[in-house]
Structures are given as C-alpha cells and as structure tokens.
Ligand binder design. Structure first.
Ligand code: NAP
Length: 322
C-alpha cells in the first residue's frame, strides 16, 4: 500500500485497487461483477453514466433471457449486481494512464491519482457520426446506429442505410427481414464491402443503392420522414421519403486516452489474446474497444468476465510484483 502526504503533512495510506475497470458499459459492468465477486478490491470508473451504448437501446431482444428488457434496465441491474458484491463506482474522466509499471496509475481530469495492480480497459467504441442536420434531433425517433438493436422497430417501413462497408451492406440485408424497402446511400460508385456481402445485397429485390450520394439532412415532424440526398457529381438534391435512417459508417474506438502505450490494430482497436491480455502485463481489454468479430452485449459481457478472471489469476500468481 503506498503512502501519501495530505495537506496537513500527515501521511495517509492510499488505496491500491486490485482491479480498476475503465468504462462502465456491459463489458466493464460484467468485469466489475466478476472481480468483486472474486473478493478483489474493485473500482469501476465511468466518465458519464454506467451502461455505455447499451442505454441507447430501447428494447433488447437478443440478450439471452431478457426478451423485452430495456438497455437502461439491463445496465442498472448489472450495476446493482456489481455494487452488491462490493465494487465501487467513481464518475470521473481519466485524462492519462501510466500502465507500464508494476503499479498502474490513472490520472483524472480533476488531478486525482488512482492506483491499481491491474486495469481492465472497457473503453467502448462510438458510432461515427455523419454530422448533418436532423441526425441528433431524430436519434431514437428514426435515426439509429445499430441495425441489430433497432431493426425490428421498422416492420413494413422504408429505410435508408448510410455507408458502403461490411456493416452497412450486411445490415441492409438483415433489415430486409423487417423493412418494405432499404436504400443504401453510398458516397462512391463502388461499395467497400466484401464481394460476397455485396452480392447478397445487390441480389436482394428489396434493396436499392443510391450511388454517389451523400446525406445533406434528415427531416420530419415528430419522427423521420425523409432524407435529403445530394449527388456528388451533379450536386442535384433529392428528398427521399423514409421512416428510418441507419447510419453505419464505421465506429471509432475510445483509445485516445491510452497515449500509444497499448498495441492497436490498423483500425485503432486494442489487440488482446484470448484471455483479454494486452501487450502490457496486468492490463486487459474487454468489449467494443477490442479487436473482435462481433460487437454485441453478450460478447462484451463474455469479454468482461474473462478479463476479470484473468486479472484475478494475474494477481494470484504474483506477477504484478515481477
Ligand atoms: P468501414 O469498413 O470503415 O466502412 C465505413 C463505410 O462508411 C465506407 O463505405 C465509407 O465510405 C462510409 N463512410 C465513412 N464515413 C462516411 C461519411 N462521413 N459519409 C458517408 N459515408 C461514409 O466500417 P464498417 O463497415 O463498420 O466495418 C468496420 C470493420 O469491421 C471493417 O474492417 C469490416 O471489414 C469489419 N466488418 C466485417 C464484417 C464481416 O466480415 N462480416 C461485418 C461488419 C464489419 P468509403 O467506402 O467511401 O470510404
């Protein structure tokens, strides 16, 4: 346990947590449940509110055993569970991390230092934004960043899907389970998606592509009623009536705070082994911030459980004293 001097000059014991979890989405919350239940002194740090992107989901239909739970309810329940086992929560922003040493030191924007033997990075990823008028105003009222989460709300509706990558094109096919029409809006004349994914979309009679088009705005009264598209060559604009707009133009992992200490892939996601171990001993990553195939609540939770267990094994083996 480290010693620090307070303002009276008296020396006090500071806390060294066993596990510090940075990011309170489902990966972080599950890591907190597993770590605290393993009787590790656990701190969950979140900059805004626990739940992460999960709280953006009105209804969760694909998390086993929770057919009609809302994201808010599910994240609250996870947080209660972690707190019940003794996990502490702190709402504060981390500005900088020193991860290379035996003891990991996290610096908050309020000038505080938080110390731990291990760190779980569950920093999440945020959907890339278009930055057009109507995008923020109609979020949850026709604008979505997640086809799997929200597709079922558009039964028999007309949809626009923005983007030409694997996510947009694959999810367009997924959305045809519900929608009466899907228009892929892509800024070039060639999709980025893998050929096999393209073929499935282009062969689907419900899907059309608006090539060389960019979104200039999203409009409507109480919910989305149209998108305004501009042809990048002719500059002609067109108001296309739709009930929903799925913006699937990629995600940006929240790794800026790592300051280059952790190995990332070419897309900026954290590279881990199957035990969620990063390139730095005692530092683990879990959830959407990690390079992985499937970014879902269920896989985030699985990552969190593994990361906390790996942290426990790491501490037990005494490796943090090496
Ligand atoms: P992505 O590969 O980065 O593609 C993003 C798409 O959105 C691109 O077509 C891009 O256009 C477009 N875009 C980006 N910014 C835009 C803007 N401001 N306005 C309009 N369009 C914009 O992202 P992703 O599709 O989410 O895929 C991310 C990673 O996951 C990729 O490595 C992908 O292969 C992988 N993934 C794989 C699978 C699979 O294998 N089944 C499924 C999903 C995702 P340009 O093409 O013109 O740049």
């Amino acid at each position: 346990m480290a010693q620090i001097a307070n303002c009276t000059g008296r020396r006090e014991a500071s806390i060294t947590y066993d596990v510090i979890i940075v990011g309170g989405g489902p990966a972080g919350l599950t890591a907190a449940i597993y770590a605290s239940r393993a009787r590790l002194r656990t701190l969950l740090i979140e900059r805004a509110f626990t739940g992460g992107q999960l709280v953006m989901c009105d209804s969760i239909e694909n998390y086993p055993g929770f057919g009609h739970s809302s994201g808010y309810e599910l994240s609250n329940s996870m947080h209660e569970q972690a707190s019940k086992f003794g996990a502490e929560t702190k709402i504060v922003e981390i500005e900088r991390m020193e991860l290379g040493g035996e003891e990991k030191v996290l610096h908050t924007t309020e000038g505080e230092e938080i110390r731990g033997k291990t760190v779980v990075l569950s920093l999440g990823a945020r959907p890339r934004k278009l930055g057009v008028p109507g995008e923020v105003e109609f979020l949850g009222r026709g604008v979505s960043y997640c086809a799997v989460c929200d597709g079922a709300f558009f039964q028999g509706k007309k949809l626009a899907v923005i983007g030409g990558g694997d996510t947009a094109v694959e999810d367009s096919v997924f959305l045809t389970r519900y929608a009466s029409s899907v228009t892929i809006v892509h800024r070039r004349e060639k999709l980025r998606a893998q050929r096999i994914i393209q073929e499935r979309a282009l062969d689907n009679p419900v899907i059309t592509v608006s090539w060389n088009s960019v979104v200039k705005g999203i409009g409507g009264q109480h919910s989305v009623e149209h998108v305004l598209l501009e042809n990048v060559h002719t500059k002609l604009t067109q108001k296309v009536p739709v009930d929903g707009v799925f913006i699937l133009i990629g995600t940006d992992p929240n790794t800026k705070v790592l300051g280059g200490q952790i190995k990332l892939d070419e897309m900026g996601y954290i590279i881990t082994d199957e035990n969620m171990q990063t390139n730095i001993p005692g530092v683990f990553a879990a959830g959407d911030v990690r390079r992985k195939l499937l970014r879902q609540i269920v896989t985030a939770c699985a990552d969190g459980a593994i990361a906390a267990t790996a942290a426990e094994k790491y501490i037990e083996s005494g490796q943090h004293f090496k």
